[in-house]
Design a protein around this ligand. Structure first.
Ligand SMILES: Cc1ncc(COP(=O)(O)O)c(C=O)c1O
Length: 390
């Protein structure tokens, strides 16, 4: 038998960093080490009781277990539209401008498949969520990184992007505000300029917006910029805002034409979401302000402890950052964030994410997740304290 080789595109991507790291952590645990993982942003708490109730109630019914519509049930599209109207002041037509998705991660693939030909170029933030570049490579597009820098409040420098790149082959630009991993909020003036930039160069601007309700006093949407819908697409998700990461519920919003292209791809990739999940998502989207307040009180308490960890490690951070992580700059004494992360994993059995996995501009930063309890964070502090005191 001849050796079976994978498709060339498989050689263009690597196994996801966390997938590899989790195997290492599992191995350490199997050797009896009690590893605290402060790496991954998977909310550890439950969705609201009436959300779970809606799922279980639907699951009891007879006629809900078949394939569902490719475009989601009308009630879910309407609930997303109301949510956008109420929280972001953005008006969306539930019939044509919203498509429910199984999380925003899948949406990155759908959008890339819908708009990118091999050889097209994509602007991707450095640092940024690794999936943007992995998916661009999977579809044969060329990655053009643009810098996000602390001195620029982690906003894109459009003049530099125009100066440093021939933009004629750029088809799409990824944005992610509130930003992961840096915790930066969108600057409204910069967002206006980005929409103008997209129109000027015919570049689709895609904002990935899953963090807007976490520790963020002012949730915002790129689609709120006047005229944005003509050129912009936004992904959103219930993963972080409603503790539903494993349920896989998200959405994409844009103009009808763009949504139609995305649907052409998506309807050939999946066969709709279980009806119970959609009914539950409607409930989640109808939650009142108390839900977000309670969620954020918990994260705020945890964040104080994470700031303590940053202080112990002598990392600098912006106390005003938003989202599900804390991002901090490591002291000059370390070669890079990998050295600090390895040291803390080795000596304290605590895993902190080194910023280089998000790009070269992250190489002197670490990211700590807020997705673990106060007790666990206190234990992490205790262990790290023992190292830094010695
Ligand atoms: C920036 C960013 N986008 C998208 C996702 C994926 O979210 P979802 O669960 O909606 O697929 C994540 C998850 O960590 C993320 O950090």
């Amino acid at each position: 038998m001849k050796m079976i080789r994978p498709a060339d595109r498989v050689n263009n991507v690597q196994e996801y960093y966390f997938s590899v790291k989790l195997k290492q952590i599992d191995k350490m645990r199997s050797e009896g080490k009690d590893v605290i993982n402060l790496g991954i942003g998977s909310p550890d708490r439950k969705p609201a009781p009436d959300v779970i109730e809606a799922l279980t109630q639907t699951a009891q019914l007879d006629n809900v277990h078949g394939y569902q519509s490719y475009i989601g049930i009308p009630a879910l599209r309407k609930a997303f539209a109301n949510w956008y109207g109420k929280n972001y002041g953005v008006e969306l037509d539930p019939a044509s401008e919203i498509l429910p998705l199984m999380g925003s991660k899948e949406g990155i693939m759908h959008i890339s498949m819908a708009f990118l030909n091999p050889g097209d170029e994509v602007l991707i933030p450095d640092p940024g969520y690794p999936t943007y570049q992995a998916v661009a490579r999977l579809v044969g597009a060329e990655v053009r990184f643009y810098d996000l820098r602390e001195e620029n409040s982690w906003q894109p420098d459009l003049a530099a992007i125009e100066r440093d790149n021939d933009l004629s082959r750029v088809k799409l630009m990824w944005l992610n505000y509130p930003n992961m991993p840096t915790g930066a909020q969108a600057d409204p003036e910069v967002m206006k300029k980005i929409i103008a930039f997209g129109k000027k160069h015919s570049i689709i601007i895609c904002n990935d917006n899953p963090y807007s309700f976490v520790l963020n006093p002012k949730p915002s949407s790129l689609l709120a910029v006047e005229g944005a819908k003509d050129i912009a697409i936004e992904l959103n998700s219930l993963s972080k805002s409603h503790n539903m990461a494993g349920w896989r519920i998200g959405m994409v919003a844009s103009n009808k034409e763009f949504i139609d292209y995305i649907l052409r791809v998506k309807s050939n990739m999946d066969s709709g979401m279980f009806r119970g999940l959609q009914d539950a998502a409607v409930k989640a989207l109808e939650c009142d302000d108390d839900w977000y307040r309670q969620l954020n009180e918990i994260y705020a308490e945890r964040r104080k402890l994470v700031f303590e960890i940053m202080d112990l490690l002598k990392c600098e951070y912006d106390p005003g950052q938003v989202g599900l992580f804390v991002w901090g700059r490591i002291p000059a004494s370390y070669t890079d964030a990998g050295e600090l992360s390895d040291l803390i994993l080795d000596k304290a059995n605590v895993f902190l994410t080194p910023g280089f996995i998000f790009g070269t501009n992250g190489s002197r930063y670490i990211r700590i997740s807020l997705c673990c309890t106060v007790e666990v964070l206190k234990e992490a502090i205790r262990r790290i304290n023992l190292i830094v005191k010695n």
